[in-house]
Design a protein around this ligand. Structure first.
Ligand code: NAD
Length: 237
């Protein structure tokens, strides 16, 4: 059966890898990202062939509602949109913005898509992080948001199980994407990450996508409320 899949943050990094993996699996995929150069570049990139690309700001309630209303059926929602602002997150306006995108944006899309997902007994996969488990002194809002995503995932899993919607999350370790470009480019800091990662390499969007496809599939029929690390063993150390 061809499933319909919506991936937020699907025009860059991990989300793009997830959108492409569902497309390669034969699913019908809508990838949404912020309007601007990233979306324009994706529209010209052959790697997105066969994927429907749309602009969406997950902090815009009306835009989220309009998009959900335009979807028709939906089998899988992947909430991958996210931002990080590091030490600027100690400024209150930035703190609130990161929470609004990473945590509230996830809740907005879950709520807006719930009727369609219930109708298809569908699945949600959210994007947690190692920073769902650990504090991050240089990223207070990002860490708070990802701790929140973990608890939101568990809460919605319990609340929506009787309606047939499974809600899980993946918690990626260190993945090579534009979000972590500065760290990848800093040889000393990259080495610290590799030394702390048992599998001693950066992860890829494809690594994360495989776990997301599993959680969204019928192989995970009896799994809900799980937070699955995809981290090369980082959280086990
Ligand atoms: P990325 O910067 O490549 O992608 C982030 C995506 O989110 C982009 O498509 C961007 O357009 C979108 N986005 C940002 N603000 C948005 C908004 N207001 N509305 C809609 N879309 C918005 O980064 P990535 O590394 O691919 O991150 C994807 C997700 O994975 C994020 O939730 C991030 O927190 C999470 N994550 C990443 C890592 C890592 O090491 N890269 C680790 C753990 C978790």
């Amino acid at each position: 059966m061809t499933r319909k899949v919506l991936v937020s943050g699907g025009t860059s990094g991990i989300g793009a890898g997830i959108a492409q993996a569902f497309r390669d699996h034969g699913d019908s995929v809508i990838a949404v990202g912020l309007a601007g150069p990233e979306l324009d570049t994706a529209a010209k990139d052959g790697a997105f062939r066969g994927i429907t690309l749309k602009a969406l700001d997950v902090s815009d309630q009306q835009a989220v509602d309009d998009l959900a209303g335009s979807l028709g059926d939906l089998d899988v929602l992947v909430n991958c949109a996210g931002m990080i602002r590091r030490m600027a997150e100690y400024e209150m306006a930035t703190f609130l913005k990161v929470l609004d995108v990473n945590l509230s944006g996830t809740m907005r899309l879950c709520m807006a898509c719930k009727p369609q997902l219930a109708a298809r007994r569908g699945a949600i996969v959210n994007m947690a992080s190692m920073l769902s488990f650990f504090g991050g002194p240089a990223v207070p809002a990002y860490s708070a948001s990802k701790g929140g995503v973990m608890q939101l995932t568990k809460s919605l899993a319990v609340a929506w199980a009787k309606e047939g919607i499974r809600v899980n999350a993946v918690a990626p370790g260190w993945i090579a994407t534009p979000l972590t470009q500065a760290l990848q480019d800093d040889a000393a800091r990259s080495q610290v990450i590799l030394d702390r990662t048992p599998m001693a390499r950066w992860g890829t969007p494809a690594d994360v996508a495989k776990a997301v496809l599993f959680l969204a599939s019928d192989k995970a029929d009896f799994i809900t409320g799980a937070i699955l690390p995809v981290d090369g063993g980082y959280a086990a150390m």
